[in-house]
Design a protein. Structure first.
Length: 752
C-alpha cells in the first residue's frame, strides 16, 4: 500500500537562491517511492493535481481532471459529455499505449479490472478526491504489473477536513445531475467520508455516422435516392455518408463510503465500500436517404448520382446498429491499516476487492432488425483481490528501508448467451460460449533510500519479484463444438529500479533513473474467445494461453525547479524500449470465409521523448499561468515477427505531440480557468500499417486544438455557482466518432 496515505496537507520549507526566507512547499506522498518526501527532490517525474485545481476544472469525468498533466494522453469516454465506455483505450502515459499498461489506483488500491486491465471511467469518486498524483515512468519495482507507463493515484479526502455539500447541475446534450459530499470526525473518534453522484444525458445525436463504400459489382437495379454525402475513409478511399446511428443516452452513478478510526495515536484504520455504474441505451437512427416519395431508406440496394456517375450502395439493417444496451459496474471494498512504532518505523497494510462486469448486447447479423429480432448478450464478470503490506524503517540517520509483499487473486468468467429480442437483456436463452480463467500472483519488494545531506545527494535502489500461476478454459456450445481446458502454468518477473537525485541549489533538483516494468497478460488476452461476423466472412480471436508479460526498460534524466511565490518547472528526457509486445498472428487453420488469429509476444518498439511543464504566479494577484508540452522524438515499431511490414511504423494510440497552456484565477469571490489544449494525430488501435492519414472524416483520429473554460462565483460562504464550457470555439473534429461541439455544464452548490 502507498506511503502516500499519510502526509497530505503537511509542508516542508525550501528556499529561493539568495533569499533567507523559506518558501512553503507542500510535501507530497511520493507514489514513486512508497516513502514521503518533499516535492522538490522527488526521484521521479511527478505531477500533483490538488483540490484547488480540481475545483477550477469542475471535472465530470477522469479525463477532465487530468487533461493538463504532461505525458498523459486522454481520450473518448474519459472526457466531458461523451458517452461512457470501457477504459481499454482511455489513456496512454508517456507514449506507452492504452490503459492496461498504466496502473490506476484509488488510495493505493488498483482499479484496473481483471478482464483486460482497463478501468471503468465512472469508478473514480471525483467528489471525494482531494488530489491526484501522476508518476511517469516504469514502477513495477514497487507496484508490480501494469505500471509500464507509470502510476495514476487518486487520493480521497480525510474526515478531519469536515464539509457537507450538495450540488445540482444541468448542461448541453440534456445533461443533468447532482452530488452529495459529507466528511466529518465525530467526538467518539470515528470519521466518515461519504460521497454520491448521479448524472445522465440524452446523448449526442451527431456522434456516430453511417458511412458506406460503393457496392461491388455492376447493375442498375435498386432504389434511386437523394441525400448521399461524398466523403472518404481515414485511409483516403472514397466513402459516402448516409446518416447517423442515433444518440446514445447514458446515465452514470457513483458512491463512496469510508469509515476512519484511530484506536490509538499510533494506529489508523480505514474500511469502506465503493460503487460505480453506467448504462448506455439507444435512440432511432436518422437516414439522410430519401426515395422518390420522400420516405427515408434504411435497407436494400440504392442508386444515386455522384457528379454525373450513377453509383450503388448496399444497405443492411446492421449498418444502423450499435452494441447497445451496454453498461459496466464496479463494486469495490477495502480495508487499510497504519501503525507507527517507536523509533519512527511504520507498517502499512491493505486488502481490496474489486468486482467488475462489462456487458453489452449485439444483434445477429442478417436476421435481426433495428429494435427486434435475435442477438446475444456478452457478460464479463471478473474480480480481483489485492493484499499488500509495506514496512518503512529509518535504519540510520541517512538510510531508510522500505520492504513488503503483495498478493493478487484474479478471476474471469465470460458468458455469451442468446437473446430472443436483442434490445431486451431480459430475454436470455441458451448459452453459446463460456471462457475465462484465473491468475494468482505473489510478490516481494524492497527499496533502500540513502540521503547524503552534506552533498545534497539521495540514492534510491530497489527491486520486486513477481511470481504468477494461471489456468483457464474455453467452451463453445454450437458447431464446431469446443471444450478446452488450459493447464496451470507459471511465469515470473524481476523488476529493478535505481534513481539518483542531486540538489545543487535549494531551488534546483536534478535526477536520473533506470527502471524496468511489465504488464502480465490479462485474463481476456489469455483465455477470451471472440467470434465476429463481418458479412460473409467471420473473424475468430482464439484464446492465447501461452502469452507472457510485455516489458519495458526505461532511462530518464530530468530537473525540477521551485521558485519564489510558488512557481514550479520541470523538464525530463526519457528513452524507453518496449519488448515482447502482443500482436495477433493469422493461423493456418483459417479458410476463405473464416479467419482465425492468436496473440503472441512478438513485438518490440522504441519510445523516446521529452516533457516539460511550468506553473508561474503572475504579478496580478490570484492569477497563475501554466503550461506543458510532451514531444516524442520516436515511437516506432522495431520488430514484429507476425507482420514484418510494420517495422518502422508508428505505435498506435500514441500522439507525437500533446500540450496545453492556460491561466487560473482565484481571488475574492471569483475563480476560473482557461486552457488551450493540443493533441496531435493518432493512428488508432489495429492500424499498425499507419494507413489512416486523413483528417476530419468519420473514423479518423484528428489532430486538434480545443479551448476549455471554467468560472466559479462564490455568492456567500454557503452558495456557489460553477460554469464549465468544453470546446469553446465549437471545433468539429473526430476521435473515431465525431466529438461533441461546444458544450456547457452549470452547477449550483450549497455548503453547510
Amino acid at each position: 500500500m502507498l506511503a502516500a496515505l499519510a502526509l497530505a496537507g503537511t509542508s516542508t520549507p525550501a528556499f529561493a537562491e539568495g533569499d533567507d526566507e523559506p518558501i512553503t512547499l507542500e510535501s507530497v506522498v511520493v507514489t514513486a517511492t512508497r516513502s514521503p518526501a518533499a516535492e522538490l527532490g522527488s526521484p521521479a517525474s511527478v505531477t500533483i493535481v490538488d483540490r484547488q485545481q480540481l475545483d477550477l476544472r469542475n471535472p465530470l469525468r477522469l479525463g477532465d481532471a487530468l487533461a493538463d498533466v504532461p505525458g498523459l494522453y486522454v481520450r473518448g469516454a474519459a472526457l466531458g459529455p461523451a458517452f461512457p465506455g470501457t477504459g481499454q483505450g482511455v489513456l496512454s502515459l508517456r507514449g506507452i499505449p492504452r490503459t492496461p499498461r498504466t496502473l490506476v489506483m484509488i488510495d493505493g488500491q488498483p482499479v484496473n479490472n481483471a478482464l483486460t486491465g482497463g478501468i471503468n471511467v465512472v469508478g473514480i469518486p471525483l467528489d471525494s478526491v482531494q488530489r491526484v498524483e501522476v508518476v511517469r515512468g516504469p514502477y513495477s519495482a514497487l507496484y508490480g504489473g501494469a505500471a509500464m507507463g507509470g502510476v495514476v493515484n487518486f487520493l480521497t479526502g480525510s474526515p478531519d477536513d469536515a464539509v457537507t455539500e450538495v450540488r445540482a447541475g444541468a448542461g448541453s446534450l440534456a445533461q443533468r445531475g447532482g452530488s452529495l459530499l459529507y466528511r466529518e470526525r465525530y467526538a467518539s473518534g470515528l470519521g466518515i467520508v461519504l460521497s454520491a453522484s448521479y448524472r445522465e444525458s440524452d446523448g449526442d445525436p451527431d456522434c456516430c455516422y453511417v458511412v458506406k463504400p460503393v457496392a461491388r459489382g455492376g447493375g442498375t437495379a435498386g432504389t434511386l435516392v437523394t441525400g448521399v454525402n461524398p466523403t472518404t475513409a481515414p485511409d483516403g478511399s472514397p466513402r459516402y455518408w448516409i446518416g447517423t446511428q442515433g444518440a446514445r443516452p447514458w446515465s452514470q452513478s457513483n458512491a463512496l463510503l469510508s469509515l476512519h478510526y484511530s484506536p490509538s495515536p499510533a494506529t489508523t484504520l480505514v474500511a469502506g465500500f465503493g460503487y460505480a455504474d453506467y448504462a448506455v441505451r439507444y435512440r432511432p437512427p436518422d437516414s439522410y436517404l430519401r426515395d422518390a416519395a420522400g420516405a427515408p431508406v434504411y435497407a436494400g440496394t440504392v442508386l444515386f448520382d455522384d457528379a454525373g456517375t450513377l453509383r450503388r450502395l448496399a444497405l443492411q439493417q446492421t449498418d444502423w446498429f450499435t452494441a447497445t444496451p451496454a453498461g459496466e459496474r464496479d463494486l469495490r471494498s477495502f480495508v487499510r491499516a497504519t501503525h507507527r512504532f517507536d523509533g519512527g518505523s511504520e507498517l502499512r497494510a491493505q486488502v481490496g476487492l474489486l468486482h467488475n462486469n462489462l456487458w453489452f448486447a449485439q444483434a445477429r447479423p442478417g436476421v435481426a432488425q433495428y429494435d427486434s429480432g435475435p442477438g446475444n448478450l456478452t457478460e464479463q464478470p471478473n474480480r480481483r483481490i489485492d493484499a499488500d503490506v509495506a514496512w518503512r524503517a529509518p535504519l540510520a540517520a541517512n538510510w531508510v528501508l522500505v520492504a513488503g509483499g503483495s498478493l493478487n487473486w484474479s478471476r474471469l468468467d465470460r458468458t455469451i448467451s442468446e437473446l430472443s429480442a436483442w434490445r431486451n437483456t431480459d430475454t436470455t436463452g441458451a448459452t453459446l460460449n463460456t471462457d475465462g480463467g484465473r491468475t494468482d500472483n505473489a510478490a516481494v519488494f524492497v527499496q533502500s533510500e540513502h540521503h547524503f545531506d552534506d552533498v545534497g545527494v539521495s540514492v534510491y535502489a530497489g527491486a520486486r519479484f513477481d511470481y504468477f500461476k494461471t489456468d483457464g478454459y474455453a467452451r463453445q456450445n454450437f458447431a464446431p463444438l469446443l471444450d478446452a481446458t488450459y493447464p496451470r502454468r507459471s511465469f515470473d518477473q524481476v523488476s529493478p529500479k535505481v534513481a539518483i537525485v542531486w540538489e545543487p541549489l535549494r531551488w534546483v533538483s536534478v535526477r536520473a533513473s533506470y527502471g524496468e516494468a511489465f504488464r502480465p497478460p490479462a485474463l481476456f488476452d489469455l483465455y477470451g474467445r471472440t467470434v465476429v461476423g463481418t458479412g460473409a466472412a467471420t473473424l475468430v480471436y482464439e484464446p492465447s494461453p501461452n502469452l507472457g508479460p510485455e516489458r519495458v526498460k526505461a532511462f530518464e534524466v530530468g530537473a525540477d525547479f521551485a521558485f519564489e511565490r510558488g512557481g514550479r518547472a520541470s523538464l525530463t528526457v526519457y528513452r524507453q524500449r518496449l519488448e515482447d509486445l502482443i500482436y495477433r498472428r493469422k493461423l493456418p487453420t483459417s479458410t476463405e470465409t473464416v479467419t482465425r488469429t492468436q496473440a503472441e509476444n512478438v513485438g518490440m518498439a522504441d519510445v523516446d521523448g521529452i516533457e516539460a511543464s511550468a506553473r508561474w504566479p503572475t504579478p496580478i494577484g490570484g492569477l497563475v499561468a501554466f503550461g506543458n508540452l510532451t514531444y516524442h522524438f520516436r515511437y516506432d515499431i522495431r520488430s514484429n515477427d507476425v507482420d514484418p511490414a510494420t517495422v518502422g511504423k508508428k505505435l498506435t494510440d500514441v500522439p507525437r505531440t500533446t500540450g496545453s497552456a492556460g491561466i487560473e484565477y482565484n481571488r475574492n469571490a471569483w475563480s476560473g480557468m482557461v486552457a488551450v489544449r493540443y493533441v496531435d494525430h493518432v493512428f488508432p488501435s489495429g492500424d499498425d500499417m499507419n494507413t489512416n492519414t486523413y483528417q476530419g472524416v468519420f473514423g479518423s483520429y484528428d489532430r486538434y486544438t480545443l479551448v476549455t473554460a471554467g468560472l466559479t462565483y462564490r455568492i456567500d460562504p454557503h452558495w456557489r455557482v460553477n460554469l464549465t464550457v468544453d470546446n469553446l470555439t465549437d471545433r468539429t473534429y473526430f476521435v473515431s466518432n465525431r466529438q461533441p461541439g461546444r458544450s456547457a455544464f452549470a452547477e449550483l452548490s450549497y455548503r453547510f
